[in-house]
Write a protein that binds this ligand. Structure first.
Ligand SMILES: Nc1nc2c(ncn2[C@@H]2O[C@H](COP(=O)(O)OP(=O)(O)O)[C@@H](O)[C@H]2O)c(=O)[nH]1
Ligand SMILES: [Mg+2]
Ligand SMILES: [Zn+2]
Length: 292
C-alpha cells in the first residue's frame, strides 16, 4: 500500500502521484456507496494492480483539511486571487466576496494584481494599499514580462495553491510564467472544453516542487458564498471583525442600525469606505437571493 495525492480525475480515472511517479487509478466501489469520491488534492492510499502499466486502485481517502464543491477539490491551503488591473477591469466585488469565502474556509488568500503594465501606478497602488493595510499579502505582477513572478513563487512553497479570478485576468499566463516551461495553452492549462465553454468541475494539480502544487481551476469564479450565513458575513471581512463587539445589537447587520461598531469605525476612517460599500452590496444580494 502506498500513499499519494490525487492530481486529476478524468471520467473516474484518477492520476495519483506517489513520490514523483504517477499511477492511473480507479476508485474502489466502496466510495460510491458512501457517496464520497476522490477529488484533486485528496491524500489517498493506493494498491498497485500493475506496476508495469502504472495502474492501481484507490482504497482509502485520508480525512480532508477542507473541501470545495465548485470546483471539487480538497486540502487547498492557499488561493491566489488574480485581479486584472485593466482589460478586464478589476472586479472588486468578486474579490471581496471570494476573500470572505477564503476566510470562512480557513484557506490563506493571496491577492495578485496582474496586468500592472496596463494601468497607472497610482490606481494600482490604491488597491494595493487597501488590502495590504488589512493585512493581506498583495503582489503586483505583469505576467507578460515576468515582473513580480519570483515574488509570487515564494508563496507557493509547501502549499496546495489554486488560482482564482474571472476569465481573462491572466491565470493561465501566471501559471505558465511560474512553471517557466513552454506549455501550450491547449496542452496543459487549457480552461476550455471543445465547445469553448469553461469546464467548471475539473481541477488539475501540477507539482512544482516537493510538497508544492498549483491548481488550475477553470471556472473558479463561482464560489459557494452561500455557505456563509449573511449574518456572519462581516466576520469574514477580516478588518471588520474586531469592531463587531462595539455594535449595540447582537444581530446587527451593520447597515441600517444605530450604534454600529463597524459604521463607527468607518466614520473614523479605520475601515475603507469601498470595502464597506461592497460589504453592503454583497449582504443585500445574499438577502434578496437564495443562490448567489
Ligand atoms: N498586458 C498584459 N497582458 C496580460 C498579462 N497577463 C496576461 N495577459 C494577457 O491577457 C489575456 C488573458 O490571459 P490568460 O492568461 O489567458 O487569462 P485567464 O483566462 O485568466 O487564464 C492574454 O491575452 C494574455 O496574454 C499582463 O500582465 N499584462
Ligand atoms: Mg486560462
Ligand atoms: Zn453593526
Amino acid at each position: 500500500m502506498l500513499k499519494g495525492i490525487v492530481l486529476s480525475n478524468i471520467s473516474n480515472l484518477y492520476k495519483v502521484e506517489v513520490n514523483g511517479k504517477i499511477y492511473d487509478c480507479n476508485a474502489r466501489g466502496i466510495f460510491k456507496n458512501n457517496e464520497i469520491s476522490p477529488v484533486s488534492g485528496d491524500l489517498v492510499k493506493i494498491e498497485i494492480t500493475d506496476e508495469e502499466k502504472m495502474a492501481g486502485v484507490i482504497i482509502e481517502i485520508e480525512d480532508r483539511k477542507n473541501y470545495l464543491k465548485r470546483p471539487k477539490m480538497a486540502n487547498l491551503s492557499q488561493i491566489i486571487f488574480v485581479v486584472s488591473m485593466k482589460l478586464p477591469k478589476p472586479d472588486m466585488e468578486l474579490l471581496d466576496k471570494q476573500l470572505a469565502y477564503a476566510e470562512f474556509m480557513g484557506i490563506k488568500p493571496v491577492i495578485c494584481l496582474n496586468k500592472i503594465d496596463l494601468e497607472k501606478e497610482d490606481k494600482v497602488n490604491h488597491i494595493y494599499d487597501i488590502y495590504s493595510k488589512i493585512g493581506y499579502t498583495v503582489i503586483k505582477t505583469n505576467a507578460k514580462d515576468m515582473t513580480g513572478i519570483l515574488g509570487l513563487k515564494e508563496y507557493l512553497n509547501n502549499n496546495i495553491t489554486a488560482f482564482s479570478g474571472n476569465s481573462g485576468v491572466g491565470k493561465s499566463s501566471l501559471i505558465n510564467a511560474l512553471l517557466k516551461e513552454n506549455i501550450t495553452e491547449e496542452g496543459v492549462i487549457s480552461t476550455k472544453n471543445k465547445r469553448g465553454k469553461n469546464t467548471t468541475t475539473q481541477v488539475k494539480l501540477y507539482k512544482i516542487n516537493e510538497n508544492s502544487y498549483i491548481a488550475d481551476t477553470p471556472g473558479f469564479s463561482t464560489f459557494d458564498i452561500n455557505e456563509i450565513d449573511k449574518k456572519d458575513l462581516a466576520k469574514y471581512f477580516k478588518e471588520f471583525n474586531q469592531y463587531i463587539k462595539n455594535c449595540e445589537y447582537v444581530d446587527c447587520s451593520h447597515i441600517k442600525e444605530e450604534n454600529c461598531g463597524i459604521k463607527k469605525a468607518l466614520e473614523e476612517n479605520k475601515i475603507s469606505k469601498e470595502r464597506y460599500e461592497r460589504y453592503c452590496k454583497i449582504y443585500e444580494k445574499m438577502k434578496s437571493k437564495k443562490e448567489y
